[in-house]
Design a protein around this ligand. Structure first.
Ligand SMILES: N[C@@H](CC(=O)c1ccccc1NC=O)C(=O)O
Length: 290
């Protein structure tokens, strides 16, 4: 990490409305035209122990895979944090200042992701080049919700200055809220309700795999999509990735599906080497066909 300079910046009043940016330090002259690599963490929209720093183990592996960042087609890394919904195991008392409240309800989370990207466009020139968006679990849901535009923002229009990513890497993602809850005997309804209300028609609208085809058609999708999942994941099951594969295929997306990750749900980002492999794959794809 000594080749990187870390800056943490707020894009809103809540403590969770922040992004971390890791840029090559000033003595490194990165190649021009490199991509930003941006991460959205998971945690079921409410686990306060997940933050944008969940990206750090993966960043370390990516940096270590190059002799020097000067030779890497990477402009920098960023991690997006966003307002969280209430979590039963982490109650907050009435004395909690508004800036620390975890009281977000959909579409607050996805609105925050748009705001964070807008901030990166303004301050880091994100729109001038390519960017790879990596989402883990609920972070993968959020990544694909970007492709759904106003449909998933209760009709609000997303900021037009923000381009969609060139590549989305969805890791162990949740793509069909009703489906995953049903297959887990209703045990996921607690966190889904906390984030999306008890109105199941809102769950469906928020689910990328259930998105009407005219909302997620080819032109609203990234040029490259990589969906990955580990058969040892005990929290997110195989039908989840299958539902998104089907949705993307039906809409003519350029898609690579990898079901060969290993280890538990959170092991994948905690350890980082597999996320690194996916990022390097995405970079290779961009070099072959931007
Ligand atoms: N760590 C979370 C659980 C969690 O993150 C999760 C649980 C089931 C399925 C997906 C999950 N995370 C997705 O972002 C918690 O303790 O509430």
């Amino acid at each position: 990490m000594d080749q990187l300079r870390h800056t943490r910046i707020s894009y809103g009043d809540n403590v969770r409305q922040r992004v971390s940016v890791w840029e090559p330090s000033s003595d490194i002259k990165p190649q021009s035209g490199g991509a930003w690599v941006i991460f959205i963490h998971g945690g079921a929209w409410g686990d306060p122990s997940n933050t944008e720093e969940d990206f750090i183990p993966s960043i370390k592996h990516v940096v270590a895979s190059y002799d020097s960042l000067a030779h890497a087609p990477i402009r920098g890394f960023a991690g997006i944090d966003y307002r969280l919904s209430p979590h039963p195991k982490h109650p907050q008392g009435p004395e909690t200042p508004a800036s620390e409240l975890r009281a977000a309800k959909h579409p607050d989370h996805i609105n925050d992701v748009w705001s964070a990207l807008q901030f990166l466009v303004q301050e880091y020139d994100l729109a001038s080049g390519e960017y790879i968006l990596v989402g883990h679990s609920a972070g993968a849901t959020l990544a694909y919700q970007l492709c759904m535009g106003s449909y998933v923002l209760d009709g609000q229009v997303p900021p037009q200055s923000v381009p969609l990513p060139t590549t989305i890497i969805g890791i162990s993602g949740i793509y069909d809220l009703g489906g995953i809850d049903q297959r887990h005997d209703g045990n996921y309804a607690g966190f889904i309700t906390s984030a999306f209300s008890s109105d199941r028609s809102r769950w469906k609208i928020a689910s990328p795999a259930c998105c009407p085809d005219d909302r997620i058609s080819g032109r609203n999708l990234p040029s490259h999509n990589i969906l990955a999942w580990s058969p040892q994941d005990t929290l997110v099951d195989e039908p989840e990735i299958d539902s998104m594969v089907a949705k993307l295929k039906a809409n003519g997306a350029n898609l690579l599906t990898l079901k060969d990750l290993t280890g538990e749900h959170d092991h994948v980002w905690q350890e980082g080497s597999q996320v690194c492999r996916l990022i390097k794959l995405a970079i290779e794809q961009l070099q072959e066909s931007p």
